[in-house]
Write a protein that binds this ligand. Structure first.
Ligand SMILES: Nc1ncnc2c1ncn2[C@@H]1O[C@H](COP(=O)(O)OP(=O)(O)OP(=O)(O)O)[C@@H](O)[C@H]1O
Ligand SMILES: [Mg+2]
Length: 367
């Protein structure tokens, strides 16, 4: 699977552009603030239907405009697939695939996926637990649409329970309503925990493998799902009861804080090297390597699920890696379409650069 062509209208600083790509390496080269990252972002948006990180979709529309349009043509195992996205100020985005408007992710061609990596992904390691939950949740929801539904129903129930906790301070008789929310939270929460457990079982060994490779360290990292409840040795079928009991137990604390303190919405991932948490004690280099390993593990998971490697988008990432690792990524054993941005072409080994296509990005134009 790869992107053969893209068209942009009024997307960020691109007024109008049409570009054809190589199925291998594509390099976006140019000075600062010309549009290299914006072009990667356009590709990401077409593939994954959401902006990179937490940017609001509306921010993608060129500042002086009210609409933006993107079209991509993908080469896939079932022939060409074209996908169009239309953003309009104050409206929901419209997605069309092969000319037909699609309302749900599950209606779209599922092999198309991109993995984006930039130095900002350090927040995956250093940032708040919500960043790591988001990383897990987005991948799982992509692979299992059902999981996305659990998540949204769970957060609705959580919102209601939290509201009730606050109301209870004024009116204790409302306590009878709590049971219903606890029931709902625990069954949805158990489904979330079960799905996450099955997923992390696949993810963690991959992260460890890539970390070992990228870091060249002798030591393996130890990765843990750091739950807000102790769940070790709890069989899957008992998760619901254990969670329900934990909710009841935490009620005094919950009432005090007005917030539900246990559950998958409080969980985290922990990365340990020699017993120490890399979030607090890792060097910048170790943290960066770890965030890169997480992204490569994501990529591999998609490969295992769909049989094709996702498109790899590397934003300013090469300067952080030594030559061997650059080589491995750009021409490695895991072939796929790669897009990289750089202000400095010498960051790419000459023989690899020769095989790729170089695009000069200047003030929202592609040369
Ligand atoms: N919605 C928008 N409309 C118009 N221009 C925008 C919009 N959003 C961002 N820009 C501008 O687009 C320009 C290019 O941004 P981009 O991040 O793509 O630069 P870059 O080439 O990646 O630069 P660098 O090498 O510094 O990372 C910036 O000047 C930015 O302010
Ligand atoms: Mg940039």
């Amino acid at each position: 699977m790869h992107l053969t062509k893209i068209r942009l209208f009024d997307f960020r600083n691109f007024r109008e552009a049409e570009v054809e790509f190589s199925g291998g390496l594509n390099v976006f080269y140019g000075d600062n603030a010309q549009g290299k990252t914006n072009l990667l972002e356009a590709i990401h948006f077409l593939c994954n239907l959401r902006p990179v990180r937490t940017t609001r979709e509306q921010d993608l529309i060129a500042w002086d405009k009210t609409k933006a349009y993107l079209k991509g043509v993908f080469y896939t195992s079932s022939g060409p697939v074209d996908r169009e996205l239309l953003l309009k100020a104050g409206d929901r985005k419209k997605v069309r695939e092969c000319g037909v408007e699609r309302h749900r992710l599950s209606e779209l061609y599922w092999q198309i996926h991109a993995v984006f990596f930039s130095p900002d992904d350090l927040t995956l390691v250093k940032g708040r637990p919500s960043e790591r939950r988001r990383f897990l949740d987005l991948i799982i929801a992509r692979l299992k649409p059902q999981y996305g539904r659990y998540l949204s129903e769970y957060s609705r129930a959580l919102f209601q329970r939290n509201r009730l906790l606050k109301d209870l301070r004024r009116n204790r008789t409302l306590i009878t309503a709590l049971d219903a929310w606890d029931e709902q939270l625990s069954s949805l929460g158990a489904a979330i925990l079960r799905t996450r457990a099955a997923f992390t079982e696949k993810l963690f060994p991959l992260v460890r493998k890539y970390y070992l490779y990228f870091s060249r360290e002798e030591r393996e990292i130890d990765i843990r799902y750091a739950g807000s409840m102790v769940l070790a040795d709890v069989p899957a079928e008992s998760l619901r009861e254990v969670f329900l009991a934990a909710l009841r137990e935490s009620l005094p604390r919950d009432l005090e804080s007005g917030y539900t303190q246990v559950g998958p919405h409080r969980d985290d991932l922990q990365f340990l090297l020699g017993g120490r948490d890399l979030r607090y004690f890792g060097s910048q280099g170790q943290q960066r390597t770890l965030s890169l390993s997480l992204k490569f593990a994501e990529r591999r998971i998609f490969f295992e699920a769909t049989g094709v490697y996702p498109i790899l988008l590397l934003d300013d990432a090469l300067s952080e890696l030594d030559v061997n690792r650059r080589r491995w990524i750009l021409e490695g054993e895991e072939p796929c379409q790669v897009f990289v941005t750089t202000a400095d072409l010498s960051a790419i080994p000459g023989d690899i650069l020769k095989k790729g296509r170089v695009y000069r990005i200047r003030a929202g134009t592609v040369g």
